[in-house]
Structures are given as C-alpha cells and as structure tokens.
Design a protein around this ligand. Structure first.
Ligand SMILES: NC(=O)c1ccc[n+]([C@@H]2O[C@H](COP(=O)([O-])OP(=O)(O)OC[C@H]3O[C@@H](n4cnc5c(N)ncnc54)[C@H](OP(=O)(O)O)[C@@H]3O)[C@@H](O)[C@H]2O)c1
Length: 662
C-alpha cells in the first residue's frame, strides 16, 4: 500500500489504485459522454479507469480492463481504438486462454494480466496449471454489502490476488440484466445510518467499506457531482463496528445475474465455445461443447434448453474424443486433489508441500511421565491424526519419534503420510547453532527428516544446556540475534533435506514482514504458529498471513492447558463459554470440537492436545459436521483479546512479540 493507502501492490510488482473509475454506460447516447466524464474523472483525481471492449467506448477512453473474446488480436484492436501502446491490466473470462494472455504480457501489450468473474475453482485451475508463468493479479467480480464475497476474498488474499469490486454501489439496475425486485443497495437503512454518522453518503460508505477490507473498488458515474463525491472515499474512516455492521448486510444478492449465466456456461464446458457472429457478451445462442457418454452434459443441456440456447455436441464419435474426455475429467479431478484432499483434510503450503489441517499437540507439563507421550501419540495416529506437533523444548521427541516409527513399522502409516513439526528453541537462534539443533532433534526422533521446522519464539536466550538460562536474580539471560540470519540458517536446513518446510511461531506481523522483506530471501515462512481460539481469534494476523500465503497454525485452540506457572488462573475457561456450548448442543458435538471446527472453516490449521484417549478420538470428529455462517459469526463475536500464554519470560527483549496489536 502506498503512503496514502491509495494504491495496492499486485503480485507481479505493479501497483493498482484502490479506487477505479467505471465507464460502462448502457444508454446509446452516452458513448459521446464517455470522453467528457473520463476527462473529468482524471481531473478530479481518479487514476484507475476501467473499461472493456464490449462497452464499445474505447475510442473515447484510456483503458485498463478489457474483456474481448480473442486474445492478442482483440487486445491489438483495443489498443488501436485507444491509440495507446499498452494497457495496465488485461483481464479475461476464458479459463483456456491463459497462455495467450501470458504472451500479451511478455510482448509488452499489457503490464499485468488478470481475470474476471472467476470462481475459486477456476482460479485454482489457473494457479495449478503446469508451467504457469504469471499468476492472475486480480479477479474482478460483483461485490458490495449485499454480496460481500468474503470467501472469495479470503481465497484471493491467500493467493496474493487482488479482488476488484464491480457493482459496488448496487449496479446500474439495467432492466435487461438485473432483477428489479432486488432491494436498492444505496437505500439500505444500515448504510444510511453509518453515512449520516460520518456526514457522508451511503455510496461513499459502500466504497470505503471495500477499500478498508483490502478490495480495489470501481465506482461508475456519468454525473460530475457524483464523480467528485466518490473521490472523497479517502477523507474518512469506518470504525470496526461500522465494518461489522456492513458485513452483517451480506445476503447473497447478485444484481448481474447474466454473469452467473455466462460463468455457468464457461465453467461447465471445458472445451470450445462457439458464439454466434453478432456476439455480445450477454447473448449466447449456440454453444458447442464436448458431449458423449462419458460427459453427457445433462445439466448444461437442461440449462441451455431453458435459456433457448442450442447445444452443439462435439467429440460424439471416435474413441480418441472419448479417451480425451476421460483423461480431461481425471486430470481435472487430480487438480482438486492436489489443493485439498477429498475430505478437505490437508492444505497446500507456499512451498508446495501439504499440511493436514488438524494436528495433534504433544506438549504436557513436566509432571506427566514422558512414557505417556509415546502411548498417546501412537493412539492419535491409530485414530487418524496425521500431523504431530512437538518441539525440542517439550523434551519428548524421543517418545514421539518412537511412536511414529512404531506406527510405520506396524504398517498403519508410511513416513510420507505423517506430517511432523519440530521447533528451534530460543537458546539456538544463533545461525551456527540452527543445524546442530535440528540434527539433535532428528537424532532424538530417529527420523531422517522433519516435515516442518519452525522458530519457536522470536526472543533469543543465552546458548547452552539450560532451556531457560537465568541470572542469580532469577531473571532470564537474553541473547541478541538478528532473526534474518537465523532464517537463512533454516533455509540451509531445508536445502540440506533435513526439513521439508520451514516456518515461524509466535511472530507478530512486523517480524513476519522483516523476514518477507529480507533481501535475498530464498523461502518464505510457510506458517506462523500462534495462540488462537475464539477468545483471541487473531483475525488481523490471519488476514495478514493469508495475504502472504502463510498458513496460520493455532495452538491453545481449546483454551490452553492453563499451566499454573504461566497462565493467569483468573482467565475464563474457553470450553465453558455459553455460546460455544449452545452451538455444540445444536450440532450434537462438544464445545471442544466446535472450537476446532471454527478454525478449520476459517482457513486455520489447528492443533489439539489431549492425553486422554476418549478426547483424542472425539477431536477427530471435527470432520463430521459443518458450522453455519451464523455459527461462525457468533463465534467471531466471542473475541476478547484473552491470551493465555503470554510468554512473559520474553518481556524486556526487543523481539518480545505480543506488545504489537497483531
Ligand atoms: N508454538 C508454541 O509456542 C506453542 C505453545 C503452546 C502449545 N503449542 C503446541 O500446541 C499444542 C496444543 O496447545 P495446548 O497444549 O495449549 O492445548 P490445547 O490444544 O488448547 O488443549 C487444552 C486442553 O484441552 C483438553 N482437551 C483436549 N481435547 C478435549 C476435548 N475434546 N474436550 C475437552 N477438553 C479437551 C486437553 O486436556 P486432556 O489432555 O486432559 O484431554 C488439553 O490439556 C501443544 O500441545 C503444542 O504441541 C505450541
């Protein structure tokens, strides 16, 4: 974000102004006005102009967004209309045209390339395309308080794709395209009340809402007063309460349903789409698709019939066509498999490895015999846990390693089925101590590699045997280490094959940023493991992590073990919370399983510690039910900044992480 917060960085390094000027106007007479209003918009401060070939007004406009049906010739035609050398952003509807689009970028005809009206699966297909050269920088979709696209937004943020909102003011309500029974967004009483409070208009509130949630927003107006008004979006700020109230308006109202219709066509047909000669984007009358017994297109056929579209079947005859379809079907399926396994139990890390979304926490206080770690870890693997979390600090890696090896030996799992995390303790943060520390863990575990090695806590302590070195007054003895140097040593451990992935724990967003901005960074952290539960839901840190494709791993997700030396006993018990209990009752589950499920549904990988067989088994039920959006919202509402593990021993060290807001 630039200092005025007026531009956001795209994943290819270019910048996009967060407020754009929309130019589509349906009235025929308006074509000549396009020149006037666009000049005016630039005069009053707009620096991002959105247009498309189909709006048929490019001769008048300087243009950033385009949607023609043929790639390079179409872009060249647009450039000719515009009399410009290049556009800043060229976006397209067609999932198959990505390579052609990449070539346009390479040829300098567009600075950036993106997509529009893509759902997350279509985006995923592009992101997972073998040989992908450039990720889409944006996905432009209808987005406003009545259709806030929060899931798509989360998805886009987690892939560093900017969501660009159109229809942000409730669309132009053109009767051919929009169901006029839908309510008028700008007459919404909640928006109006918030606008009144800020002495602004509902339109400005609707635009500001998008910018504050990290969305680039387009505002179309052909009225000079309103064009000028819209630029005031930078003059005020909505409070978190305003934002929450606007979030609450979401009700799945899509004004531009014709786009749903187009999108449906595109996503259902993997192959050629033939449009009639006088194509406009909104009237398709012939659709040519692959259609045969392996791909009978019955749903698409019903859809076409009901919309008076002729379906032209191709690939009906000939074994080759059928074989291709089968392969296509299977490869499409395997793409899905790669990103999420069938039960949705693993997510992809930014280095390409996968992490199971539910992990087994193995820490127990010193009075618990270490032999129990062996027993419970074996049991956890038997009942289905495939992600085990431990650390040098927990002094149980010998037993946990033994448990994993015994479950491999008896054939329950293979090594590659188990995801094991270890952690670099604070006394080994000096770069030269990193690899020996990991080798010591591997030796205790009797494993060849760990799946994930993370910096346990950013506060460095004096190297040596003592895990908590103290001076004669009982004060911790700190060490001074540049965490970027520690990180470089971790990168070397990954290169040496001692760990598959590397990450951090208990880092605030500034500390993460320092690593992300380190000159010569070789690998980004794949995760940040932090305390996270409904009373400390870490939503800001989570947003930050998602926007950098870093997985947030939650510890203390059940309210922590409340170990008396570390945790203030006066803090409320999470699992006794009445809201959690009511939701649990409704789903015939326990508050613990609800607290775990909450994390998984918001894209957080969650750890659950239990040394009790009944509860270990219970925790795996997290995959057996689903929380509703209302449940999720109610649990979000429990957030109250209660941190059980304050790790106060680090207070006084410059890297103590928890004085930052997030
Ligand atoms: N990176 C870090 O700095 C850090 C810090 C703390 C923890 N961790 C990791 O995160 C893991 C989990 O965090 P945590 O140890 O704080 O504990 P937690 O997962 O919040 O669990 C807290 C307590 O909940 C109980 N519990 C488990 N399942 C339950 C259920 N179904 N119903 C009711 N109660 C249940 C457990 O007691 P029982 O054993 O009696 O079932 C456990 O002691 C740790 O074990 C460790 O691996 C990392």
């Amino acid at each position: 974000m630039d200092p005025k917060g007026q531009r956001a960085k795209l994943n290819d390094g270019h910048f996009i102004p967060v407020l754009g000027f929309g130019t589509a106007e349906v009235k025929e007479a308006a074509k000549s006005e396009a020149l006037e209003v666009t000049k005016f918009a630039i005069e009053v401060g707009f620096r991002h102009i959105d247009c498309a070939y189909v709006y048929q007004n490019e001769e008048q406009l300087w243009c950033t967004f385009l949607r023609p049906e043929l790639v390079r010739p179409a872009l060249e035609k647009s450039l000719k209309n515009l009399q410009l050398d290049y556009v800043d952003l060229y976006i397209i509807h067609f999932p198959l045209a990505t390579k052609a689009l990449e070539k346009c970028k390479d040829a300098g005809l567009t600075k950036s390339i993106g997509v529009s009206n893509f759902n997350h699966k279509q985006l995923e297909k592009i992101l997972n395309k073998p040989g992908l050269k450039y990720k889409p920088v944006c996905n432009q979709v209808e987005c406003h308080p009545y259709l806030n696209q929060s899931k798509l937004l989360d998805f886009c943020k987690s892939h560093d794709i900017v969501l660009v909102a159109y229809g942000a003011l409730g669309s132009q309500r053109v009767k051919e395209w929009v169901n006029l029974n839908h309510p008028v967004l700008l007459e919404d009483p909640v928006l109006s009340a918030i606008a009144k409070k800020h002495k602004q208009t509902p339109a400005l509130v609707a635009l500001r809402y998008q910018i504050q949630r990290g969305v680039v927003v387009l505002a179309k107006s052909y009225n000079k007063k309103r064009i000028k008004e819209n630029i005031q979006v930078f003059d005020f700020e909505l409070t978190p309460e305003d934002m929450k109230a606007i979030d609450g308006l979401n009700r799945n109202i899509r004004y531009y349903e014709f786009l749903v219709y187009l999108k449906l066509l595109i996503c259902l047909c993997h192959v050629n789409i033939t449009f009639s000669n006088n194509l406009t984007l909104f009237s398709v009358d012939i659709l040519q698709v692959e259609c045969h017994p392996y791909l009978n297109q019955s749903k698409l056929l019903d859809f076409c019939k009901s919309h008076d579209i002729v379906l032209l079947a191709c690939g009906v005859l000939g074994s080759q066509g059928v074989k291709n379809a089968k392969e296509k079907y299977q490869s499409a399926y395997s793409v899905e498999q790669q990103t999420m396994d069938p039960k949705g139990q693993r997510v992809k890390l930014n280095d390409g490895h996968f992490i199971p979304v539910l992990g087994f926490g193995t820490f127990a206080p010193p009075e618990v015999p270490k032999s129990e770690a062996l027993e419970v870890t074996k049991f956890a693997i038997e009942v289905g846990f495939r992600h085990i979390d431990s650390a040098h600090l927990y002094q149980n890696e010998e037993q946990v390693g033994q448990a994993i090896r015994s479950k491999i030996a008896d054939g329950t799992v293979k090594r590659e089925d188990v995801f094991y995390t270890s952690k670099l303790w604070s006394t080994s943060l000096r770069p030269e101590l990193v690899r020996p520390a990991l080798e010591k863990s591997l030796n205790n575990l009797q494993l060849d590699y760990v799946d994930l090695y993370i910096i346990h806590f950013p506060v460095a302590l004096k190297p040596g045997e003592a895990l908590f070195p103290k001076d004669e007054n009982g004060k911790p003895i700190f060490d001074s280490v540049d965490l970027c140097r520690t990180w470089e040593a971790l990168e070397k451990c990954k290169d040496a094959g001692l760990t598959k992935s590397i990450g951090v724990s208990n880092f605030n967003h500034k500390q993460l940023e320092k690593i992300l901005n380190k000159p010569g960074l070789k690998y980004k952290p794949v995760c940040n493991q932090v305390e996270c539960h409904p009373y400390l839901n870490q939503s800001k840190l989570l947003d930050f992590c998602k926007s950098h494709d870093i997985v947030l791993v939650a510890y203390g997700a059940l309210g922590s073990q409340r170990i008396k030396e570390w945790v203030n006993p006066n803090l409320p018990f999470l699992l006794e919370d009445p809201v959690l209990s009511a939701i649990a009752k409704k789903h015939k589950q326990t508050p613990a399983v609800v607290a775990l499920r909450y994390q998984i549904q918001r894209g957080v990988v969650v750890l659950a510690k239990s040394y009790n067989k009944k509860r270990i088994k219970e925790n795996i039920q997290v995959f057996d039910f689903e929380l509703t959006p209302e449940d999720m919202k109610a649990i979000d509402g429990l957030n109250r900044s209660i941190r059980y593990n304050e790790l106060l021993l680090g207070v006084g060290h410059p890297e103590y992480p928890f004085f930052e807001e997030y």
